[in-house]
Design a protein around this ligand. Structure first.
Ligand code: NCD
Ligand code: ZN
Length: 344
């Protein structure tokens, strides 16, 4: 049977939520990943180090003791984030990055940034302190087509931002287009990007295949086949700018299967196996370990993990549902199979 042994990976973009939902999902991640960059878009966003420390404690309280899992905390950037908030965060050693949500771009982004220029004083300090800015790269507003929002963001926001702060570390999160791949490849080594399993595997036809597919709806939305190919080639290229970030984003089933469904795909249950399956099907297994376990850690100046893990090419069934508070959650590829699994 085919196996692959790799350094235990990290997830550089993860939503864990809070309360009982947190306790329902965190051990799916902890079973596969050593560390995860935890997104701060709680209903009441994580806007300072004190809140992040308290959230980290709540996360750790839910992690099963058999796992050695470290949440890496981030803060939510707002128009009102102060320079002293950044200084405290940088000195804390706990806060690994600030997350920039354009206001209204995605789930719980209402308190996000209305104009990036309002944060320039803060970005200057981040640049000096080597604190990465994690970017949800989509413009908002009805004047831009849903499928063009990432490309327009590159032109209108990201290009000027990189010009004004050439030394600022920026992670272009969950890239979905050829334009984003080209932008990252053409930038300095300060610019990295995370890539999700769904943007490697799916295109926008998968939103409508056989009927409307709410569990394939996430933001940024799935794009055309040419974009998917570019993203999948970037992930498997061995270029250290591109690294693993699942963007696993749990939402209760009733809020996904609804007349106004939430954005987010829940992949945490077996994201790693799904990535491996994708790399394998492209004949790129040799590029997997660096994508999953090395490039992201290097980008964030973190030591590489010491523990190893083995994956086996053996089919597993993916459950239909998991408990989620007083509701349920439908995982990515629910009821289907994955051709790889973790060695227990
Ligand atoms: C994320 C969420 O639900 O928090 N949703 C998503 O579709 N990816 C937010 C985000 O990362 O955009
Ligand atoms: Zn996300």
């Amino acid at each position: 049977m085919q196996t692959i042994t790799i350094i235990k990976p990290d997830d550089f973009h993860l939503h864990l939520r809070d309360g009982i939902a947190l306790s329902n999902v965190v051990n799916h991640t902890a079973a596969q990943f050593s560390r995860a960059i935890v997104m701060p878009n709680l209903k009441s966003p994580v806007v300072n180090t004190e809140m992040a420390l308290a959230y980290k404690e709540r996360i750790l309280q839910c992690v099963d003791e058999k796992y050695n899992f470290e949440p890496l905390m981030t803060l939510y950037l707002t128009d009102n984030t102060s320079v002293s908030t950044i200084k405290t965060a940088a000195e804390s050693n706990i806060i690994k990055a600030l997350k920039y949500y354009p206001a209204g771009a995605t789930t719980n982004s209402d308190q996000g940034v209305t104009d990036i220029k309002k944060t320039y004083a803060v970005l200057n300090v981040m640049m000096e302190d080597s604190m990465p800015l994690l970017v949800h790269g989509e413009v908002t507003g009805d004047d831009v087509d849903m499928f063009d929002r990432e490309a327009v963001f590159i032109d209108k926001v990201l290009t000027p931002l990189v010009r004004d702060f050439p030394e600022l570390k920026i992670v272009f999160e969950h890239i979905t287009t050829r334009a984003a791949v080209d932008f990252v490849m053409g930038s300095s080594d300060k610019i990295g990007a995370t890539i999700t399993p769904q943007h490697i595997l799916l295109n926008r036809n998968d939103l409508f295949k056989g009927g409307l597919q709410p569990h394939h709806y996430c933001l940024p939305i799935l794009k055309a086949e040419d974009d998917r190919q570019a993203v999948s080639e970037a992930a498997t290229s061995g270029n250290p700018k591109f690294f693993l970030g699942t963007d696993s984003a749990p939402h209760a089933r009733s809020t996904k299967e609804s007349s106004c469904g939430c954005a987010g795909i829940y992949s945490a249950f077996n994201a790693l196996e799904i990535y491996v399956e994708a790399f394998d099907s492209l004949g790129k297994l040799d590029k997997f370990e660096a994508f999953a376990s090395q490039y992201g850690a290097d980008y964030y100046d973190l030591p590489q993990n010491i523990e190893q893990m083995t994956l086996i090419k053996k089919e597993q069934d993916i459950p239909d549902l998991f408990p989620f508070g007083d509701d349920e959650i439908v995982p990515f590829r629910a009821g289907g199979t994955c051709s790889w699994q973790l060695k227990k």
